[in-house]
Design a protein around this ligand. Structure first.
Ligand SMILES: [Fe+2]
Ligand SMILES: [Fe+2]
Length: 165
């Protein structure tokens, strides 16, 4: 099977605004004991989402999945600085980056909706990009080997206790 090229996701990786914000999040999380929001997390989410799409036979393009995964936590820096929820803070930042990268309006709408909704448990079972990114994000965490488990706010039943992806 020929792999679909990640043309637009790679444009995000080259975007100056994106690079600066990801670096800023890294600085702000340098002393953080809980999960980080860095390139390994974004790629974990993207790759798990691709596996879920194959398992569930969903018609969602890989380039869109990777783009949403790269951007879903882009509001984290704002959350650390001014306390605004990162899902809401991230949507307008993602929109700017997607416009700068030349995404089409339909894809922009889908991706910013996934950014905005990725913490909303009500959409978790949706068969669209929002539900997919929500589920892949949650499944990406490695609670089974977390050093901060005793201080984490995540409810025990929501913790990932075994490898599935
Ligand atoms: Fe998040
Ligand atoms: Fe995340």
């Amino acid at each position: 099977m020929k792999m679909e090229e990640l043309i637009y996701s790679n444009k995000i990786l080259q975007n100056e605004r994106y690079k600066q914000i990801v670096e800023h999040i890294e600085e702000l999380e340098s002393d953080r004991i809980f999960c980080h929001h860095d390139m390994s997390h974004f790629l974990d989410v993207a790759r798990i989402a691709v596996l879920m799409v194959a398992e569930e036979d969903l018609p969602i393009k890989r380039d869109i999945i990777y783009s949403a995964a790269l951007l879903h936590d882009i509001g984290r820096a704002e959350q650390y600085i001014n306390g605004k929820a990162h899902e809401a803070a991230g949507a307008p930042i993602a929109e700017k980056i997607l416009n700068e990268c030349g995404f089409c309006p339909g894809d922009i709408t889908q991706i910013i909706e996934a950014v905005r909704q990725h913490g909303n448990a009500d959409i978790r079972d949706k068969a669209d990009l929002t539900g997919l990114i929500y589920r892949a994000d949650k499944a990406s965490r490695r609670c089974y080997m977390c050093k901060a488990a005793d201080r984490c706010h995540k409810a025990p039943e929501k913790r990932v206790q075994e490898i599935r992806y």
